[in-house]
Design a protein around this ligand. Sequence first.
Ligand code: FRU
Length: 454
Amino acid sequence: MTSTALSTRPAVHFAPKRNWMNDPNGLIHHGGRYHLYFQHNPYDGDWGHMSWGHASSSDLLEWTEHPIALLHDENEAVFSGSIVFDAQNSSKLGTTERPPLIALYTSARQGSQAQALASSTDGGETWVKRGIVLDRGTTDFRDPKVFRYLDHWILIAVEALDRQVHLFRSDDLQNWSPLSVFGPAGAPQGIWECPDLFPIDGRWVLVLSMNPGNPAGGSGMQYFIGDFDGTTFTATSWDWLDRGRDFYAAVTVSDAPAPVLIGWMSNWDYAHAIPSSPWRGSATLPRRLELRGERLVQRPAVNLAKAPHYSAGPLALSEVAVPLPEDAHGRAARIKLVARPGRGVVELVLRASPDGSVGTTVRLVTGEVSLDRRRSGNIGFSETFASVSKAPLAPGETVEIDVWIDVSSVEVFAEAGAVTITEQIFPADENTTVLLRSTEDAVVQSVEVTVIER
Ligand code: FRU
């Protein structure tokens, strides 16, 4: 096989053309397009001079990057926040004929963080900063997410160090009065960041980022399912949102036809060191959300609308690695696998060397799925990068997983989306093979590969 020169640039995930990216911000479906703003350093590949970059897409797969939307200035860095469409011009910052988009973001200054407002009357392309509208006089009050509730607006933001989410209400997006406080709750570690509260299938879900405290290591996310009476959110259960290392700062898209969540595919443990250039950082796959009982279910929100390029099974492989089709090698692809690990092991080795000695391994044993990137290629840029992330699976003999591989990432969806593992990988150019292997006791019932043409 001839080796093709791989760039680490993702094929189906958004990454800015150049320079640093962290959290998705201001996610909104507006004017027939999905808008993704993001924490961005306009000048180089590390965190700093925080501003909002901007991209948009009609299908959540193909992204067009636009000019910087909100630039830092001598007074403030523009930290994370959200955007709403003020359809009734309640803010009076647009007109009835041309209602504005309103962004609420954290104005981060020396020793203070408060929520500021900006408005746009050209569909989100250009913005006018209008100053601070909500200030508690504290240092770590940030990441406002705003939503419409009955006839008014609700804003939630964290007091990061207190591990609390504060809720406020307003009629005009400018004057805010406190409603209630949620937390500390759930996992006891870390600081809290980037909260989002939204209704889904008759309940309310609060998603939250925390750093550190992820059981897989470093920063990660948890979610609470509960009820919201317009004033107070009460949780009835919580769980981890993703069992991998690289899923952070995810929030939902405002005004989307169905709930869609997008995160930052990285971890504060090593985000500054990942080997990609001239950009650093990317978004996760957008995920369509549903509730299944007390569990949040996530599935890729992108539509491939294609028949698989390859399917096979049942296979009794017993220690033999089968190379999956050549056209899946080194490409973005989706692999669906149905297996019965029994007392054995089934492994899908991604971005592998032909002999399988290098590669990222998705490993299935009864009751557990794991992602092992200890031999995934370039792991030496940070001491904390090499890892095995494990997720427990509900009891059952048959396991079905849906694995999305991009040039520098793997996203595993198990239990029809109730369990996910999201991680970055940095394989070498020659590591492009996809292999499937299992021990004698295990059976691969079917495998299906769909190459994502880009
Ligand atoms: C989360 C975060 C936010 C903050 C932003 C700054 O990753 O720390 O809390 O607003 O990044 O870039």
